[in-house]
Write a protein that binds this ligand. Structure first.
Ligand code: OAD
Length: 237
C-alpha cells in the first residue's frame, strides 16, 4: 500500500470521537443545537455575550471528564508508534482523546477545549475548570482576558504551515469522520492529491462532500474500521 519509509498524514473530524460519546456537529444530535453557530463560535458572538460562550465551552470541557478514547483513537496511536516513516495526525477535534490514547505527533488545528488563552498577555494555559469573564489569568493576573483556546469562524486554524508541508510530501492521506464542509481542512484531500503518488483513503459511515477525491472508501464506524486499516498498513494484511 505504501513503502515502509513513506509519509502518512491523517486528518480526523468529529466522527472520530462519535463512538466515545461526543456528538458530531452536523449529526441529528448536533452540538450547535439550541445555539446559533455565530453566537457561540465567533469572535463577534464572544464580544456580544461572553458568559453564554463561556457556559457553552464550560459544558463541553466538563463533558470530557466522562468520555474515553475508543479503539479508533488507540489504533492511530499504534500506527504512529509502529510506523518508521513520516507521520502526522491532524485533528479538527477540540477534545483530548487522541493524546489520551497515546498520540504525540498531533496538531489540534481548531484548538483545544482543555486550554485557554489570555488576550491580555498571550499566554496559553492548560485549563480543566470552568471559565467566566471574572476569571483571573494565572500568567499576568489580569481579569477578563481569558477565552477558550478554540479557533472560531473567521479565525485562522493553527499550524497551517506545518500541515501543508506534511501534505506536500504525503504518500498516504487518511481522512476519518469529517463531513468535508469546513475549510481549510476540507481542502486537504485535494492538496494531498496534487502529489500523483499519494494514496487517499476515507473512513466514514457516510458519503461526504469530498468523497470524490479518495481512491478508497471504507464505510463504517472509525472505532471498528481503523484497527483493521492500521493492522493492514503495519503488517501488510
Ligand atoms: P461534522 O459533524 O461536520 O461531520 C462528522 C462526520 O463524521 C460526518 O461525515 C459523519 O458521516 C461522520 N461520522 C459520524 N459518526 C462516525 C463514526 N462513528 N465513524 C466515522 N465517521 C463518522 O464534523 P467535522 O467534519 O469534524 O470547527 O466538522 C468540522 C468542523 O466544523 C469542526 O471542527 C468544527 C465545526 O464547525 C470548529 O469548531 C472550528
Amino acid at each position: 500500500m505504501i513503502s515502509a519509509s513513506g509519509s502518512i498524514v491523517v486528518l480526523t473530524g468529529a466522527g472520530m470521537s462519535a463512538e466515545s460519546g461526543i456528538p458530531t456537529f452536523r449529526g441529528v444530535d448536533g452540538l450547535w443545537e439550541g445555539h446559533r453557530i455565530e453566537d457561540v463560535a465567533s469572535p463577534e458572538g464572544f464580544a456580544r455575550d461572553p458568559e453564554l460562550v463561556h457556559r457553552f465551552y464550560n459544558l463541553r470541557r466538563a463533558a470530557l471528564n466522562h468520555v474515553e478514547p475508543n479503539e479508533g483513537h488507540r489504533a492511530l496511536a499504534q500506527l504512529e508508534r509502529g510506523w518508521k516513516g513520516g507521520f502526522l495526525l491532524v485533528t479538527q477535534n477540540v477534545d483530548d482523546l487522541h493524546e489520551r490514547a497515546g498520540s504525540e505527533k498531533l496538531i489540534h488545528m481548531h484548538g483545544e477545549l482543555r486550554k485557554v488563552r489570555c488576550e491580555g498577555c498571550g499566554a496559553v494555559l492548560t485549563w480543566t475548570q470552568d471559565l467566566s469573564s471574572g476569571t483571573r489569568c494565572r500568567a499576568c493576573g489580569g481579569i477578563g482576558g481569558l477565552r477558550p483556546h478554540i479557533v472560531w469562524f473567521g479565525e485562522f486554524p493553527f499550524e497551517m504551515d506545518r500541515i501543508m508541508a506534511a501534505l506536500a510530501k504525503a504518500d498516504l492521506f487518511i481522512c476519518v469522520g469529517t463531513s468535508g464542509v469546513v475549510y481549510p481542512a476540507a481542502g486537504f484531500a485535494r492538496e494531498a492529491a496534487r502529489r500523483a503518488t499519494c494514496r487517499l483513503i476515507e473512513v466514514n459511515v457516510d458519503q461526504t462532500a469530498i468523497s470524490s477525491h479518495f481512491h478508497q472508501h471504507i464505510h463504517g464506524p472509525a472505532a471498528v474500521e481503523l484497527p483493521k486499516l492500521v493492522d493492514s498498513i503495519l503488517h501488510g494484511r
